[in-house]
Design a protein around this ligand. Structure first.
Ligand code: FMN
Length: 197
């Protein structure tokens, strides 16, 4: 692929926060998730699989657990302000600032003893997010949910709720669905900074 085309492709990657109601069929999701097998991983350990949560009702239950935990979250918790803010937006404006009314959630999962669980999951989810637009799909990273669902104090509560297979842990969370928005322009980011020695 010519460099210009490759750069343009990579620059079109965006978060989708508006979704159509229609569910993405299993076969399409399986095709999308399959690309997650191909990134480089530490020691070529790979080890990432997926649990897909389908439907608004199930996502609502996860959201309820998230809000319940947030109530008693200690102020020292990493992401405290951001987690509290999403709950506040939901309570005061009825705005679903966690799931954006999306109906499908990808949980990247691994064996509990996988050493590079988070890095491997992030590379897999990045490949998935990059492929999604070519399949007419949109994604959004859910670091907010990860704050709680991947944290040792709360991970078992989420594991139970989604009936996670025994011995597995949640390593990464990403929404997926048919986008209800289309971006015409590329976004700018901070300027490149390099130090040369
Ligand atoms: C690790 C990670 C976690 C993120 N968590 C969230 C999140 O919880 N909710 C959300 O709406 N966006 C989340 N994002 C998306 C970023 O907010 C987004 O990429 C950034 O604001 C740039 O916006 P754009 O993707 O629309 O260009 C996350 C992105 C990354 C890489």
């Amino acid at each position: 692929m010519p460099v210009k085309q490759a750069v343009h492709f990579l620059r079109t990657a965006r978060s989708i926060r508006y979704y159509k109601q229609e569910l993405v069929p299993r076969e399409t999701l399986a095709q999308l998730l399959n690309i997650g097998r191909y990134p480089q991983t530490g020691e070529n350990a790979q080890g990432i699989s997926y649990l897909v949560v389908n439907g608004r009702e199930k996502l609502h239950e996860i959201n309820e657990l998230y809000c319940r935990i947030a109530q008693d979250l200690p102020e020292s918790f990493p992401g405290y302000k951001e987690v509290k803010h999403t709950v506040w937006l939901q309570q005061h404006y009825g705005y679903d600032a966690l799931f954006y009314d999306c109906s499908q959630l990808i949980l990247a999962i691994s064996d509990k003893d996988l050493r590079s669980w988070q890095k491997n999951a992030y590379f897999s989810l990045t490949f998935i997010a990059l492929l999604a637009p070519s399949m007419g799909l949109g994604t959004c990273w859910l670091g907010l949910l990860e704050f709680l669902a991947c944290h040792p104090d709360y991970m078992e509560l989420f594991a139970q709720l989604v009936d996670l297979p025994k011995g597995k842990r949640i390593c990464g969370c990403m929404l997926v669905g048919y986008p209800a928005v289309h971006f015409r322009r590329l976004v700018e980011r901070n300027p490149l900074e390099i130090e040369w020695r």
